[in-house]
Ligand binder design. Structure first.
Ligand code: G3I
Length: 411
């Protein structure tokens, strides 16, 4: 029922050695992967692989994302122990210099906090909060109710069968209560429910839904409101640019309002590709959520530059395709034309976000550098992706520079 993916890239080396850098730049993914689709750069002539060409010329020690966007919205980043536990001091310093809000990539998920019933381990979460507070950053808690990274016992009764509705509600109440007592109001935003909708707008089948029933979102938000009166309560999901899913999220907000259930914001994850979704679809969602009367957060932004392994892959963690050279065409560095495409995409995205700054609270990147991106291991393990604004050596990329320049255009 619950699937995890490993961060190990076993088998990657042999296969990536087969792909000449830049040579596979325009190759569509192979037929070995079921429902594989064409690369976004199918028709582009491949250009040489040149790591330096993708780097910023502006000095990233003198200008920051957070400062550049200070008048528009906050700029956040998802971090792990490399940053908050200072295992990578340069990354920790970079985050402190460039960002003004943080989301823990995994540390506030149920699996990280309460593996055994009632045994709470806040060691990592506390280190995360301490890092954020030391640097005066806003904290985004992620995530109270999700169908991944929840220990099996949460949904089970003593005999290993399915827990009852009352049992599950009681466990959730106790879990939230423990978090509320521990953190008080130090967490300013909470993803209360994460990824409860399918792309067609229907409710996703999860153990939460099966056990609690179709009205579980309202129950969960009411509970969160009781425990976290000072925090902003967020519904967070991916692919909210798809019309049916967008409409379902808007309906959710409207139903909550009708029933007097507090919901403060929609987090639109924004795991994007080079050409998809369209800027128009992104704008339509930002406008629709603002019109529904809630704050909007771009909560998990990245731009996947690799050939998609699946059609409509969204961010569904159950997808797991086999590694192939075609699906991992840039093992050494990104061809110049793809780096340029990515930089243009990042600039255009931030131009859109800037236009919606009145109701956009923040834009959070899902990782500080390409090295730490989840997209190196999803939906294919062991790939080399280039999904963020700093490269594997933490150097600012052209994409970073174009984002900074996009802020200047709006002044
Ligand atoms: O903590 C265990 C560790 O004990 C174990 O030894 C190791 C072995 O692989 O795994 C560790 O857990 C991993 C965890 O990250 C912490 O590193 C899981 O296997 C791995 O699946 C997990 O991946 C995370 C993924 O969510 C699944 O929960 C990614 O880091 C994280 O970036 C990703 O984030 C999600 C958001 O929460 C929701 N939206 C989509 C986004 C991207 O998938």
């Amino acid at each position: 029922m619950i699937r995890y993916f490993s961060s190990s890239g076993a088998g990657a080396l042999l296969l990536t050695a087969l792909a000449a850098c830049g040579g596979a730049g325009g190759t569509a993914p192979g037929g070995a992967v079921p429902s594989a689709v064409s690369s976004t750069s199918d028709t582009a002539a491949p250009t040489a692989c040149d790591a330096a060409a993708g780097l910023a010329t502006l000095d990233a020690t003198k200008v920051s994302l957070a400062q550049s966007y200070a008048k528009l919205f906050k700029i956040g980043v998802a971090i792990n122990g490399s940053v908050y536990a200072n295992r990578d001091p340069a990354a920790a310093a970079l985050v402190a210099a460039q960002f003004n809000r943080v989301t823990p990539e995994n540390e506030l998920k149920w699996q990280s906090l309460e593996r055994q019933p009632g045994v709470l381990d806040f060691a990592q979460a506390d280190a995360f909060v301490a890092y954020a507070e030391q640097h005066g950053m806003e904290i985004h808690g992620h995530a109270l109710v999700w169908h991944h990274q929840v220990p099996a016992w949460v949904f089970q009764n003593a005999a290993g069968g399915q827990a009852t509705r009352e049992q599950l509600l009681e466990r959730l109440d106790q879990h939230m209560s423990a978090l509320a007592q521990h953190f008080g109001s130090r967490v300013q935003y909470w993803d209360v429910v994460n990824e409860a909708l399918n792309d067609d707008g229907s409710l996703r089948d999860t153990p939460w839904r099966t056990i609690l029933g179709d009205d579980y979102l309202e129950r969960v938000f009411l509970m969160a409101g009781k425990h976290f009166p000072d925090a902003k309560l967020v519904y967070n999901d991916f692919s909210l640019e798809k019309p049916a899913k967008r409409a379902a999220a808007v309906q959710l907000v409207q139903a909550f309002e009708k029933h007097g259930v507090r919901i403060d914001a929609i987090g639109t994850q924004s795991h994007f590709q080079l050409q998809s979704p369209t800027l128009e679809a992104i704008e339509a969602s930002l406008s629709a959520f603002a019109a529904a009367g809630v704050e909007v957060l771009v909560s998990e932004l990245d731009v996947d530059v690799l050939p998609p392994a699946y059609q409509n892959q969204g961010a569904d963690l159950s997808l797991d395709a086999e590694l192939s050279a075609q699906l991992n065409p840039y093992p050494d560095c990104l061809p110049r034309d793809v780096a340029e495409q990515a930089a243009r995409r990042w600039a255009e995205l931030f131009e859109v976000f800037a236009r919606h700054s009145d109701h956009l609270h923040s834009v959070t990147l899902w990782g500080v550098s390409d090295k730490y991106s989840w997209l190196n291991n999803w939906p294919v393990r062991g790939r080399t992706n280039y999904a963020l604004l700093f490269d594997r050596e933490l150097r600012a990329k052209q994409s970073w520079q174009r984002v900074i320049e996009a802020a200047n255009h709006t002044r």
